[in-house]
Ligand binder design. Structure first.
Ligand SMILES: [Zn+2]
Length: 140
């Protein structure tokens, strides 16, 4: 069952949805472009409408031009007209991948209550949220 179906069925966020999103993020990481770090990351972002946008890290020879999986997912969703997000899962076959500071800041633009799902694998999922991961973030 897709996260979308679970979300719509339960009208709330559930552990099943977290598991499903995490699996989607891990699957997405297969498309990661990480020839420099060899740390492949995938993200799966669940919108309030129940859609899921995935993203991967895309590295660059100039390093600074690299974009993380979380921001790739957020920017894809925003480009498609979505701005309300319920949760984002971040997964890597290469280790536990907490969002970096820049991605936490980007997520906080769209909600402090967005759930963040991370883990080493499907058996060790941790659920937190933007407020917890970015206390006192920048705001206008
Ligand atoms: Zn990041």
């Amino acid at each position: 069952m897709k996260a979308k179906d679970i979300f719509i069925k339960n009208k709330d966020f559930s552990m099943e949805a977290a598991d499903s999103l995490f699996a989607m993020a891990l699957k997405a990481s297969e498309n990661s472009y990480a020839p420099y770090s060899n740390f492949h990351v995938g993200a799966a972002l669940l919108t309030a409408e129940g859609e899921v946008f995935t993203g991967v890290n895309v590295e660059n020879a100039s390093y600074g031009a690299t974009v993380c999986a979380e921001r790739t997912a957020v920017f894809s969703a925003v480009a498609a007209g979505k701005r309300k997000f319920v949760a984002i899962a971040v997964a890597s076959p290469d280790g536990k991948a907490y969002p970096c500071g820049m991605c936490r800041q980007v997520l906080s633009e769209f909600g402090k209550d967005i759930k963040i799902i991370v883990g080493l694998d499907a058996e060790s999922i941790e659920i937190t949220d933007v407020a917890e991961m970015l206390p006192k973030g920048f705001e206008l």
